[in-house]
Design a protein around this ligand. Structure first.
Ligand code: C2E
Ligand code: MG
Ligand code: MG
Length: 689
């Protein structure tokens, strides 16, 4: 305390001391916040925040000092030197600016200490300059110990304040830092005042009017609070806009932009939370996988913007039906998923039926009413799965089953049924890798003339050596590849490889390659065939493409058009597995096939079943009258071959004549008669002849 003076005045102006304390606390609180913002910012923004911090800190320290000084009535006339008073404010602002800038330098340990020390010195410098401006009629004496102690205290506490504020491991560092800064300012002030002793020289009682001093103190406090308020307001405005920007980004990251529904990330987080909750409460939870059935059609017919409209309409319908504990998200494309808290079966049935109503009520697109329809699959925690991934997978499996079954819109997960689907999906995934990892190979099966035994050509048959399951039959993996579109790259690879190998043979045998119906639906097949023939240098007449009847049935006009274009290249077309599918005479009339391949099932029964023999005879007669050569598949015995010869069949293919084998083996057998096995082969061919 300013001894002698203080004993006269403390009582009177306690409320002014409180005002000083308020300015100091508010100022420190705002200062630390602004300072931390300056610390996070960079470039020009950082300079701006530093400026606000220094103005806020400097004015609060200065105001605190002057209001506290004016709280004392010295019992003697007082006056202020204007230059020193203004200089003290400048020291406070410039000094703290230097301190705060130093504290944000790239030296995490040292910077807060150096910066804090400068701030402490600025507080002291401001105080003593302010004291020098304070003129009182009396004898002034200074106590050096208190003086040094005051500077040390303010430096130490300011260092502590900045170190705490910048240490993000301290919880509530903003408040603690501000509180220590208050201590730095207050301890300096009171210790410095204790260093000063004034003995008043006044006897006549002509003091400065206390009311005028109080008014001045209040004015200063108000100005100080306005400055602090301005700094704080900037901080709050910035805080708000930062929060809004964050919320906007968060919303974008968690929601689908088209429909506004929660997206996959959001769905995953929600489901994780719900599973944890269901675990804790021991209750049930359902996941519903939803896939629209005819969405692609809408896109194809009316364009993508119509597709978007349909998605938006369905999304808003689904979100409108949600009740407590229900959640719908768009996972991507035409794929949605729901989550439902449930107590019993009736809960989920009710939710699913509401979803069905939303999805199956017609929507209006381009003035036309249409229904996309959907397939839904349900998996329930804890019966069907215990974690998010399995829940979603199992709901998907059930959904695929619903999709495959025209009569059912909703399927509940059933382990036995859906495990087969899962195995197939795993295999399909493996197949995707198989193409890249060179696990695929082509085998070649000879096709010979029945009358002469001469080799006419070879059929290329795809082989897959699975790394763990070994050889897998094309009858198993080709349908899988067709389901997921993998048949396109696969089919192209087969065509390319078969043509390239055939082009390298010494003799101009034909090469027969199987085509899947899917290849007709998607790729520009004639162009591909043409390009492959050009690249491999294979003569078009040596290539024969085998298609099945189902290919023609799928989209007759389109297929026939493609077949004509391929045939125009000089490539021949065979109809494969004849007699098993629709076996419609219309098929044979629709397109001038170059070969009929009679399915091997007839051959296996030809010796025992008169019906099978009759059908073979009929097909051979048909071939003769249409001038289409017939090849019998699956010839395994000599007697089968004799029957074929007697009936006038043109060509044959089967284990008797040669099993499908890798290129190297075929080459060895046909070109080098001396290798093992070649003798058998030669004998059969002679027998055939
Ligand atoms: P496919 O085109 O009718 O091929 C003839 C199938 O009959 C081959 O089965 C062959 O190994 C088998 N086979 C040949 N001779 C006999 C015999 O004497 N007895 C018996 N029991 N079977 C015989 P594989 O190689 O298992 O192929 C099955 C089917 O998979 C093929 O029937 C074909 O539809 C399809 N496939 C094979 N490779 C490809 C391909 O590269 N692309 C496409 N799209 N389908 C292919
Ligand atoms: Mg075939
Ligand atoms: Mg066949």
């Amino acid at each position: 305390m300013m001894r002698v003076i203080s004993c006269v005045t403390v009582e009177h102006n306690l409320w002014l001391v409180l005002v000083a304390a308020l300015v100091c606390a508010a100022g420190s609180w705002a200062t630390i916040r602004l300072f931390l913002r300056a610390h996070e910012a960079t470039g020009l923004q950082q300079i701006g925040w530093h400026f606000l911090t220094a103005v806020c800190a400097g004015s609060s320290i200065w105001c605190t000092h002057f209001v506290a000084m004016l709280a004392y009535e010295p019992g003697a006339p007082i006056a202020f030197d204007p230059v020193l008073t203004i200089a003290s404010l400048f020291i406070a602002i410039a000094g703290t600016a230097a301190g705060f800038i130093a504290a944000t330098a790239h030296a995490p340990r040292l910077a807060p200490i150096v910066g804090g020390a400068i701030v402490g010195l600025a507080i002291s410098g401001m105080h003593y300059t302010g004291m020098a401006a304070y003129r009182v009629d009396g004898i002034v004496e200074w106590n050096t110990t208190y003086l040094v102690a005051s500077v040390v205290l303010s430096v130490v506490f300011a260092c502590a304040a900045l170190s705490v504020a910048l240490n993000d491991r301290i919880a509530g560092r903003k408040y603690l830092g501000a509180a220590i800064l208050v201590v730095a300012i207050v301890s300096l002030h009171f210790t410095a005042m204790a260093a000063l002793q004034v003995t008043p020289m006044v006897t006549r009682g002509d003091y400065t009017d206390p009311a005028a001093l109080q008014a001045m103190a209040l004015g200063i406090a108000l100005a100080g609070l306005i400055v602090i308020g301005t700094g704080l307001a900037s901080y709050l405005i910035d805080d708000r806009s930062r929060m809004e920007a964050f919320e906007r980004l968060h919303h974008l990251a968690m929601n689908d932009t088209l429909t506004g529904l929660p997206n996959r990330t959001n769905f995953n987080e929600h489901l994780d939370r719900e599973i944890t909750r269901a675990k804790e409460l021991g209750c049930q939870l359902a996941v519903i996988g939803i896939d629209l059935d005819r969405f692609k059609e809408i896109n194809d017919i009316w364009g993508h913007s119509a597709g978007d409209e349909a998605l938006k309409a369905l999304a808003s319908r689904m979100s409108a039906l949600l009740q407590d504990g229900e959640f719908i998200a768009r996972l991507g494309g035409d794929e949605f998923a729901g989550v439902k808290r449930m107590k019993g079966q009736s809960d989920i049935l009710d939710f699913v039926s509401r979803l069905e109503t939303a999805l199956f009520t017609p929507i209006k697109i381009a003035d036309v009413e249409t229904t996309t329809g959907a397939s839904l699959g349900v998996a329930i925690y804890p019966n069907d799965a215990q974690n998010r991934e399995t829940m979603v997978n199992n709901a998907d499996l059930a959904m695929y089953r619903a999709k495959a079954n025209v009569a059912r819109r909703v399927c509940f997960y059933e382990q036995a049924m859906d495990e087969a689907v899962r195995a197939n999906r795993t295999l399909a995934n493996d197949l995707r890798d198989a193409v890249e990892n060179a696990q695929l190979d082509l085998h070649y099966q000879v096709q010979t003339s029945v009358s002469t035994g001469d080799i006419r050509g070879y059929e290329a048959l795809l082989r897959w050596k699975h790394p763990t399951r070994g050889n897998i039959s094309p009858a198993e993996f080709i349908p899988l590849a067709e389901e997921n579109g993998l048949i396109l790259p696969l089919g192209e690879w087969v065509l390319r490889t078969a043509c390239a190998k055939a082009a390298s043979w010494d003799r101009p045998y034909k090469i027969a390659v199987n085509l899947s119906p899917v290849q007709f639906a998607h790729a520009d097949l004639p162009k591909l065939v043409h390009e492959i023939l050009l690249v491999t240098g294979l003569k078009p007449s040596r290539l024969e493409l085998e298609i099945t009847e189902s290919t023609i049935i799928a989209d007759k006009n389109r297929t026939l058009n493609i077949l004509r274009r391929i045939k125009a290249l000089g490539v021949t077309i065979a109809i494969d597995d004849f007699g098993t599918g629709y076996s419609s005479l219309e098929t044979l009339r629709a397109f001038p096939f170059d070969k009929i391949k009679l399915d091997r099932s007839f051959m296996s029964e030809v010796e025992t079943s008169p019906q099978a023999k009759a059908i073979i005879r009929a097909v051979l007669a048909l071939g003769q009258s249409l001038a289409i050569p017939v090849l019998a598949e699956g010839v395994e015995t000599h007697s089968q071959l004799s029957i074929l010869r007697a009936e006038g069949c043109n060509e044959a293919q089967g284990f008797l004549l040669g099993r499908p084998a890798p290129f190297g083996e075929i080459f060895a057998l046909s070109q080098r008669e001396d290798v093992a096995g070649a003798e058998d082969y030669r004998q059969i061919r002679q027998a055939v002849a």
